[in-house]
Design a protein around this ligand. Sequence first.
Ligand code: IPE
Ligand code: IPE
Ligand code: MG
Length: 244
Amino acid sequence: MIPQHIAVIMDGNGRWAKARGMKRHEGHRAGVESARAVVTRCRELGVRHLTLYTFSTENWARPEEEKRVLFDLLVRFLKGELSTLVEQDIRLRLLGDIGRFPMAVRETLRMATNKTAHCRSMTLNLALNYGGRDEILRAVRSLLAEGVDASKLTAEQFEEALYTQGQPDPELVIRTSGEQRLSNFLLWQAAYSEFYFTPTLWPDFGAEELEKAVDDYSRRQRRFGKTGDQVQPTDSIASRGSAG
Ligand code: IPE
Ligand code: IPE
Ligand code: MG
């Protein structure tokens, strides 16, 4: 079965470059090509939501020079891909507070989200200045500011205050480069995700390995707390039981 939502922690660009005696930014440049390939193949496979962890709240700690390169690559990617996104009916959405990015980056992001707002075949979420804890805190703050009735607050209502509002949780979370951690990614949404960890460095990850991950996922049994016998192949977290 093809997951509706795949989320990817694109890691290992720096190590890929280092292994080749190149500068880190060459790794990021190569990483953009992997992102392009994965977007295209997800669209072909019929994945409805793809989330790419592009810049975390912790990544601000990186050297200024590296951040400049990353932002520059992001702007180029969006400008270069815009017509393809529209052609392929892919809507761009942003997860994270983009207010902290330089003006030129913010403007490109706004332009690209506006120009793809009508697209419906797939949603491409770019997680930018994204952190799961930050997202949860912001949701709590906004609900408090609205004066929500604490005793009546539901999980569904809470989810409406998250950046991913209106989108299903990722069934599959992929992380490249051999690291086996979430690094503050989709803490709420990944509660019942399946994980696929691969030692492949992000610039070496492409359409083929994406299919391998999807194939691996499709052979797993998701149980959502039930016994293996109770579970139906179509079960989702929505039918996970009385506590839901
Ligand atoms: C992922 O590659 C890209 C970002 C986090 C922006 P890294 O830059 O983290 O590469 P490594 O982990 O140092 O190899
Ligand atoms: C996670 O990668 C963030 C992104 C892929 C954008 P990092 O390289 O920043 O994660 P850590 O620091 O190794 O956990
Ligand atoms: Mg890394």
